[in-house]
Design a protein around this ligand. Structure first.
Ligand code: HEM
Length: 487
């Protein structure tokens, strides 16, 4: 009986969905084409594992602007540089808002930067962007990042001298966490993986819950069974927020006594607020949520890119040798590189760009929503749809990139590189482009530069490492171990 009733319900839903799809569009209101979607799951059966690769396959049939359904969420995926510009730049007023799922609302409460919209987002984004601009010119703060990259190189030393293999990703993650922790709390943690700072432990738990969170966002009914996950997420977020609140209080007190004493990003942020026309708008809730945003958005992204870069340099030992020779020439033989020496390392800079192209960790960027109907070439993206930028697909387009699946840094050095800006968007594009891109590039340059100056990296078994990776909270490498030889 139950099966019979369920079949009837599914059949009715199927008909409703079919009729809705048919009736939604007049001639001038054509939605982008896409595969047929099933009731409840939409196209999840086609997209659930490695969605960036699944979308590549579907694109062959449906083209560069395509409609798919993540469960019942209507989603348009854009893989064409001209349409990206049309949608995210020319119609930015209709496409700057984030598509907010339940987990995003829990994290941001619509009072942060990653997951807020409207005037609230605009005000906080402006202050944060100004703070990042000033950070770049603040010698004392950039010096801290430089010193942290020397500590990262030291952290590999034990493995090199003892001959033990190590997973470099775990140390890269500690490095990017330490950078953000110093920018926000003036604290750092040991690289000893057994003695981790409580914030790092809490953040790891948050990331674990987020991986499960995706399923809950698509099927809220599962909340009944996975209540524990929500409680775990909230407890760990609370730990990060409380820690941030303490730090905000200390920073405010220090700046009220000495407004000129700027030691980190949080100081810059608070002093920008103090000198803004409406400082009372920026309450402590907004501030502590921005702190957790920076930990969430600015650590796994940069460290995964560093892991990809090292992986491709292991698989291409000639490139690794060439980078090291260039770095040693730039530093005059010293084992530590400075940001001021960036202009002397064009080949290494090209390798960083190539890693960001070939394995963009934000392979589908962060979702936006069409707040009104949006024109996209001959199609209309219906108000309320989720919109994704196909960052990975753009980087794999053979009409733009010669042999796109090959790690080839030379493509960035050739004088006839002529692809559109919107074909290479690892940091997204338009009004919500990544605010931390410059910091990320500096971290990758210093962190990977310094370890390459000190060690030769090889795979554990001497064979090339799997370079396909997997889609977790970001496009990540598979776990891999390296053998190190000290130089
Ligand atoms: C290689 C490293 C990184 C990559 C690939 C990356 C990528 C991205 C992407 C694709 C977006 C969405 C952009 C859009 O919607 O158009 C984004 C947003 C953002 N990123 Fe990054 N990111 C990186 C590092 C960082 C760092 C180091 C920070 C800060 C410490 C950061 C902070 C943010 C923030 C706050 C946003 C939200 C901006 C907004 O909604 O207005 N990211 N990032």
């Amino acid at each position: 009986m139950i099966i019979f009733l369920l079949s009837i319900i599914i059949f009715i839903l199927y008909i409703i969905k079919f009729l809705k799809n048919k009736s939604c569009c007049s001639n001038e209101n054509i939605p982008p084409p896409g595969p047929f979607s099933l009731p409840f799951i939409g196209n999840l059966h086609q997209l659930a594992i490695d969605p960036h690769l699944a979308i590549q396959k579907l694109m062959v049939k449906y083209g560069n602007v395509m409609t798919v359904y993540f469960a019942n969420i209507k989603t348009v995926v854009i893989s064409d540089p001209h349409y990206l510009k049309e949608v995210f730049v020319n119609q930015s007023h209709k496409t700057s808002d984030r598509f907010l799922m339940n987990t995003a609302k829990l994290i941001g409460n619509e009072k942060d930067i990653l997951f807020s919209n409207g005037q609230y987002w605009k005000n906080y984004r402006q202050i944060l962007s100004q703070s990042f601009l000033k950070l770049k010119d603040h010698k004392g703060i950039t010096e801290k990042i430089s010193l942290e990259s020397n500590k990262l190189a030291d952290a590999f030393d034990w493995y090199a001298t003892s001959g033990q293999v190590v997973d470099p990703s775990s140390l890269f993650k500690m490095f990017t966490l330490n950078v953000i922790m110093q920018l926000l709390y003036a604290h750092r943690s040991s690289y000893d993986l057994k003695e981790q700072h409580p914030i790092i432990v809490a953040l790891k738990m948050v990331e674990e819950s987020l991986a499960v969170g995706n399923v809950l966002d698509l099927f809220p009914i599962l909340n009944i069974f996975l209540k524990k996950n929500k409680v775990k997420l909230m407890n760990n977020l609370q730990e990060v927020w409380s820690y941030s609140q303490e730090s905000i209080k200390e920073h405010r007190e220090k700046l009220s006594k000495n407004p000129e004493k700027i030691d980190d990003l949080l100081d810059l942020f608070i002093s920008e607020i103090n000198s803004s026309s409406n400082p009372e708008f920026y309450d402590d809730e907004g501030l502590y949520r921005v702190c957790s945003d920076l930990l969430l958005s600015g650590t796994e992204t940069s460290s995964s890119t560093m892991s990809w870069l090292i992986l491709f340099l292991i698989n291409n030992p000639n490139f690794q040798d060439k980078v090291r020779t260039e770095l040693l020439e730039a530093t005059g033989g010293k084992k530590s590189i400075q940001l001021s020496e960036k202009s002397k390392t064009p080949f290494f800079n090209a390798c960083i760009k190539e890693a960001l192209r070939i394995r963009p960790v934000g392979a589908l960027s962060l979702p936006r929503i069409a707040s009104e109907d949006v024109t996209c070439g001959p199609y209309t993206i219906e108000k309320g749809s989720q919109i994704l930028m196909n960052v990975y697909g753009l980087a794999m387009d053979p009409t733009v990139w010669e042999d796109p699946e090959t790690f080839n840094p030379y493509r960035w050095l050739s004088s006839d590189i002529s692809q559109s800006t919107y074909s290479f968007i690892p940091f997204g594009c338009g009004a919500r482009v990544c605010v931390g891109s410059s910091l990320a590039r500096d971290e990758i340059f210093l962190g990977v530069g310094n370890v390459l100056l000190n060690y030769i990296f090889e795979s554990q078994n001497g064979k090339p490492i799997n370079d396909k990776g997997h889609f977790g909270i970001a496009l990540q490498t598979v776990d891999y171990n390296v053998k190190l030889t000290k130089i």
